[in-house]
Design a protein around this ligand. Structure first.
Ligand SMILES: Nc1ncnc2c1ncn2[C@@H]1O[C@H](COP(=O)(O)OP(=O)(O)OP(=O)(O)O)[C@@H](O)[C@H]1O
Ligand SMILES: [Mg+2]
Length: 118
């Protein structure tokens, strides 16, 4: 369903499976053999049509530093963007987004909720 410009904001505790979910989504969209070009440690871009950006904002303390790094490019409408730990920079994430919330971690089963705030 995802279109260029769509943003998927992921929540869930450490080790809940956010990165695993994103990688599976990239495989589903682009195929198995995906190469990532890490722009920064917290930003991976998967080439393809459309490109997919995977951001992990866990280590971000100050949203201003993201603007300095040109992160808006990941959200300029040309790619699909997945964002882990998006609450570390809520101003970056558009209101129009999908929210994926993963409950459970470790050996527990997962419950994954996908919603679209209106
Ligand atoms: N749906 C799932 N069911 C069972 N195990 C899973 C599931 N998704 C991920 N895992 C396992 O949980 C562990 C953590 O996964 P992952 O790195 O994707 O979590 P994360 O939410 O991205 O963590 P972090 O907050 O540190 O970035 C991995 O060992 C992974 O194999
Ligand atoms: Mg992760």
């Amino acid at each position: 369903m995802l279109q260029p410009g769509d943003v998927v904001a992921l929540s869930g505790e450490l080790g809940s499976g956010k990165t695993t979910f994103v990688r599976a989504a990239v495989r589903a969209r682009h195929g198995e053999d995906q190469t990532t070009s890490p722009t920064f440690t917290f930003w991976h871009r998967y080439a393809g049509d459309p490109p997919i950006d995977h951001l992990d904002l866990y280590r971000v303390d100050d949203p201003a530093e993201l603007h300095e790094l040109g992160l808006e490019e990941a959200l300029d409408g040309h790619s699909i963007a997945f964002i882990e730990w998006w609450t570390h920079a809520p101003s970056l994430v558009p209101q129009r987004r999908y929210e994926v919330t993963i409950a459970g971690a470790g050996d527990q089963p997962r419950i994954i909720e996908v919603r679209r705030p209106t």
